[in-house]
Design a protein around this ligand. Structure first.
Ligand code: CA
Ligand code: CA
Length: 141
């Protein structure tokens, strides 16, 4: 599945906007297919991307297998301890209608904004001390 540069740019812009108000980190990983369990694949990608190495353990990963129509969102221990499983379930459920309609970029924009709001609440931006710990670029599997 071909991802257009402007689609990728919109996702990066959503990540940048989210990270402007939080020390937390958001990443998006796109695969074309996923034969097994999306959450399992997402956990693998999470580790491969080094997302468990942020100082406050506040990275959030959106994993999307575009051709397999599979999807998962997961957060590291720091943010997970604060928001709980119901938060991830809520984001996922809210993204499903857009994903089903093929509007996956819109779904991600919405999910990233929601994730950013929760991160900002629990991990406010650290001003000049804040570092971009994880790249905002879309990762491709
Ligand atoms: Ca940061
Ligand atoms: Ca980042």
């Amino acid at each position: 599945m071909k991802v257009q540069p402007e689609e990728e740019q919109r996702i990066v812009a959503a990540i940048e906007a989210a990270e402007r108000v939080t020390s937390g980190e958001v990443r998006v990983h796109l695969n074309s297919t996923c034969s097994g369990d999306a959450l399992n694949d997402a956990q693998k990608a999470f580790r491969t991307l080094g997302m468990h190495r942020t100082a406050e353990r506040n990275g959030i990963l959106f994993y999307l297998a575009l051709e397999s129509h599979k999807f998962a969102v997961l957060g590291d221990q720091g943010i997970h301890d604060r928001v709980g499983q119901s938060f991830w379930d809520g984001i996922r459920d809210a993204m499903v209608p857009e994903l089903r309609a093929g509007r996956w970029v819109e779904a991600l924009e919405f999910g990233i904004a929601e994730a950013g709001r929760a991160l900002a609440e629990h991990f406010p931006h650290q001003g000049t001390r804040d570092r971009d710990e994880l790249s905002n670029e879309v990762s491709r599997g």
